[in-house]
Design a protein around this ligand. Structure first.
Ligand SMILES: CC(C)(COP(=O)(O)OP(=O)(O)OC[C@H]1O[C@@H](n2cnc3c(N)ncnc32)[C@H](O)[C@@H]1OP(=O)(O)O)[C@@H](O)C(=O)NCCC(=O)NCCS
Length: 204
């Protein structure tokens, strides 16, 4: 079970890392696998496949980034940071989704930690997160990161003061991105070249 914020930390057989725009399809497939209850918890309302396909297309634009838990080249959990284009407000929005069979393994916590570091490094001082009042797992996860939870009947807003960037948070993210990029490059290579050819090329 992963509790560490270190770069490319393994969680089960997979890894939590930054997801790049070229990997949009992996993100979309993750969203489409979410069941009706999870979709409702994640988006605050019922959403259909067409909505999710469009959402995945726009997520990697200016002002947004995604971290994911990737296992066997499949995304099983994701954390999104949005609103980075508003540099004056110094605020951002966070959202999380972990597929049901992958929950309670620390993936949500790992994604949360990664997102806070990314937010700090981009000058985001306050991170907002919306969740439904009955969503106990998300409320408890947010509480672990000392979020102030405010709200009422319809929804609850989590507010997290992230703190400013430090040399350590910048190095942490740089290492994480380097690991994530290398992992992505490797999985692209694997999809183009049979494993035996790769092993021969690497002298294994
Ligand atoms: C909320 C969510 C992201 C948590 O993911 P996760 O990978 O299970 O989280 P973790 O394993 O890191 O658990 C973190 C903490 O959350 C709490 N938690 C998680 N699932 C819980 C559950 N079913 N009941 C009670 N507490 C729970 C616990 O405090 C847990 O810490 P612990 O295991 O040390 O006790 C996941 O349940 C999910 O995707 N829910 C649907 C989407 C959603 O609600 N998104 C939020 C709105 S943006």
């Amino acid at each position: 079970m992963a509790r560490s914020k270190s770069a490319g930390k393994k969680t089960g057989n997979g890894v939590v890392r930054r997801l790049w725009p070229t990997e949009r399809e992996l993100f979309k497939e993750h969203l489409l696998r979410l069941d009706a209850t999870t979709r409702h918890q994640r988006f605050g309302t019922a959403v259909n496949d067409a909505f999710l396909e469009n959402y995945a297309t726009t997520t990697f634009g200016v002002g947004g980034l995604v971290y994911a838990y990737v296992e066997d080249d499949v995304v099983r959990g994701a954390a999104e940071l949005r609103g980075l284009d508003d540099i004056v407000a110094q605020t951002g929005e966070a959202a999380f989704s972990v597929e049901t069979d992958w929950r309670r393994r620390g993936i949500g916590s790992d994604l949360f930690g990664r997102l806070i570091t990314a937010a700090r490094n981009r000058g985001v001082r306050t991170l907002y997160m919306a969740c439904l009042p009955g969503n106990a797992p998300m409320r408890r996860l947010a509480a672990k990161f000392e979020a102030d939870l405010v709200g009422g009947y319809a929804d609850i807003e989590g507010v997290i003061a992230t703190g400013g960037p430090t040399p350590f948070t910048i190095l942490d993210e740089a290492l994480d991105n380097a690991t994530g990029f290398a992992t992505m490059a490797l999985s692209i290579q694997k999809s183009f070249w049979p494993t035996t050819l790769l092993a021969r090329a690497w002298g294994a």
